[in-house]
Design a protein around this ligand. Structure first.
Ligand code: DAT
Ligand code: MG
Length: 149
């Protein structure tokens, strides 16, 4: 089983899209194993996006992600990273497929609504950065036998 970190960014929270965004992942069959709302600190933002430090969009990105609360959650499932990335859609919303979250709800790269980890390794590392072990919950879903083979 793989885990991925999803963040509903400030535009998603401010636009009242928490429900529709979470629903996309739930309907897909991914299992929520941790979830919280927080106002991201400058420190956490810079650690989370460290790979982009020095790029032209880095400071605006930090400004954006810290500008209002976010909802962060951990999802679990087979190939959860790839499944979630496909549900989120391409980084630039104009290039995101219709039916994806960005393709249906977003217009611009700097307001692209959702973060999703880009590899299983980063999924584990990002969840460790955003959640304490005690905030992650292992449980069996009765419906799993109808979703997972
Ligand atoms: P993703 O969020 O799809 O994983 P990423 O990790 O490459 O994309 O970049 C992180 C965020 O940084 C992205 O969601 C929006 C911003 N970003 C990336 N490339 C950008 C660009 N060329 N111009 C402006 N913002 C960009
Ligand atoms: Mg990324």
């Amino acid at each position: 089983m793989e885990r991925t970190l999803i963040i509903i960014k400030p535009d998603g929270v401010e636009r009242g899209l928490n429900g529709p965004i979470i629903t996309r992942f739930e309907q897909r069959g991914l299992k929520i194993v941790g979830m919280k709302m927080l106002h991201v600190s400058d420190k956490l933002a810079r650690m989370h996006y460290a790979v982009h430090e020095g790029k032209s969009f880095f400071e605006p990105l930090i400004q954006y992600i810290t500008s209002a609360p976010v909802v962060a959650f951990a999802l679990e499932g087979p190939q959860a990273v790839q499944a979630a990335r496909n549900t989120i859609g391409a980084t630039k919303p104009v290039e995101a497929a219709a039916g994806s979250i960005r393709g249906d709800f977003a217009m611009m790269v700097g307001r692209n609504l959702v973060h999703g980890s880009d590899s299983p390794e980063n999924g584990a590392a990002e969840i460790a950065l955003w959640f304490n072990e005690s905030e992650l919950i292992s449980y069996d879903r009765a419906l799993d036998r109808w979703i997972l083979e």
